[in-house]
Write a protein of this length. Structure first.
Length: 462
């Protein structure tokens, strides 16, 4: 009970950072006493505001869903609560999870806990995204575990910016029932926590088949190959991930990580993943097509915001959507509809689907004993540590898209990927690296991440 009360105190203390859209403190306290009655140990949880929690508003940080409450609870949330989880609140995000900064939500930006007090009003440190509220919340101790969603990096990116672990499990291991879809075949409910062990604990609590999501898989398919020692493991470094925008800071973090892994008995091997560069384009085509279709449900009739006093049904649809969705969301809907036009479909969508197979093939080859035979890949997770808001703006929000280069290939292939905090840059902001392993080798990924974190000991990177 005490840890839940303390988490609530911290949430109140850090309200100015805008992590939570909806606070559910009373719900958390009720759940804590329920848990205690059942002999469970309560723990504080934050849920990204694109997951359903019964009778609690779910906004996706959009004006469109401002007054929307959900009649049921997402499977992953249910499973957390059943094991003692107490929901402190619903966290802030980029509108409908589109973005990598948590600057783009209807409720205003999430500010990082690494921001300086003096510059909190106009030049805070960007939280990363889209699950920025979840990552900042965990970093500041408002929750032991937070749910994020990761379609192209949305849990791993803010985890890296805030010095916590962000884990996207194998596609289908965690149920998407009750998660608002962005790109159905890429979306993975994800875990943000302060240790790899915590990620593992809560993964075990939530994973497995769910009759409400036909894409879930039985947890028995997971390979129990967590390693106590790293001796004899082969870690691949794909050369194609080292692109022009990668900062010296992250490069140094990767070098020291590789060195430490080598000292611990790993073999470091350079590998090639030929389709990496095309992956981001492919990600956007497939993503935008799904967005065009998924966002069709927001018409002002079945859900959400409705613009009144329009002169026709069409005018009402148009005005409702136009007035309530942000520019990023609208652009993606338009792009998706363009890619799906009868005359364009072959050229874009069908080509992207085929390319996706080749991208997944790169991973398969890397992990196969007949291919490169690596146990895990070590890559950047972001191009640099977090930036200040002014800098972000000066670069015209480019950073919102460039960092996806490193994270979305794992979603394209469905493989598990972990953002591991490995140190701090000169500005005293966290730096992370990414570990990716083969399908269903989630345990292995987390155990390597745990060791890497221990070996690195959070040093100053530069
Ligand atoms: N930044 C990526 C995008 O905007 C990833 C989003 C996500 O993972 N939800 O598409």
């Amino acid at each position: 009970m005490k840890c839940v009360e303390e988490a609530i105190e911290r949430a109140v203390k850090h309200r100015h950072l805008n992590c939570l859209i909806t606070e559910t403190f009373q719900l958390a306290l009720d759940q804590a006493s329920e848990a205690q009655k059942k002999g469970l140990k309560p723990f504080p949880v934050i849920v990204k505001d694109c997951f359903a929690v019964k009778n609690v508003p779910m906004t996706c940080s959009s004006k469109m869903l401002l007054n929307y409450s959900v009649p049921y609870t997402a499977t992953v949330v249910k499973r957390l609560v059943k094991s003692g989880g107490c929901i402190i609140g619903k966290s802030n995000l980029d509108e409908f999870s589109m973005g990598s900064s948590s600057l783009r939500g209807y409720f205003g930006p999430v500010k990082s806990g690494f921001s300086h007090k003096e510059s909190l009003d106009d030049d805070w440190v960007v939280a990363g995204g889209s699950s920025g509220g979840s990552a900042v919340g965990v970093q500041l101790g408002m929750a032991t575990v937070a749910l994020g969603s990761d379609t192209g990096g949305s849990a791993r990116n803010p985890a890296a910016f805030n010095g916590v672990f962000g884990f996207k499990p194998t596609y289908g291991l965690l149920s998407r029932n009750g998660l608002v879809p962005l790109t159905n075949s890429l979306d993975a409910p994800s875990i943000i926590a302060k240790s790899a062990d915590d990620c593992k604990t809560y993964l075990d609590v939530m994973k497995g088949h769910d009759p409400f999501d036909s894409t879930t898989v039985d947890s028995q398919r997971c390979i129990a190959n967590a390693k106590q020692s790293l001796k004899g493991l082969v870690i691949g470094i794909p050369q194609e991930y080292f692109n022009d925008v990668l900062s010296p800071t992250v490069l140094r973090a990767l070098n020291s990580s590789a060195l430490e892994l080598e000292k611990a008995g790993c073999t470091i091997k350079e590998v090639s993943m030929k389709h990496t560069e095309q992956s981001i384009v492919c990600y956007h085509i497939l993503g935008e097509c799904d967005v065009a279709s998924n966002m069709g449900r927001y018409d002002g009739v079945s859900y959400g915001f409705r613009k009144l006093n329009e002169t026709s049904l069409d005018a009402m649809y148009t005005a409702s959507r136009n007035r309530s969705l942000n520019k990023v969301v609208k652009n993606r809907i338009i792009a998706g509809n363009y890619f799906l036009l009868k005359e364009n479909r072959k050229k874009y969508y069908d080509a992207a689907v085929r390319l996706r197979r080749l991208i997944a093939g790169d991973f398969k080859r890397a992990f196969s004993p007949d291919g490169e035979g690596v146990h895990a890949l070590l890559t950047p997770v972001t191009s640099d540590s977090a930036e200040s808001y002014k800098h972000w703006k000066k670069e015209r929000f480019q950073r919102d898209w460039v960092d996806d280069f490193y994270t979305q290939p794992a979603n394209m292939a469905g493989v598990p990927a972990l953002s591991v905090p490995v140190g701090f840059c000169k500005k005293k902001r966290p730096v992370g690296v990414q570990l990716i392993s083969n399908l269903f080798e989630d345990d292995l990924c987390l155990s390597i991440g745990k060791e890497l974190y221990r070996l690195m000991g959070e040093p100053q990177i530069e």
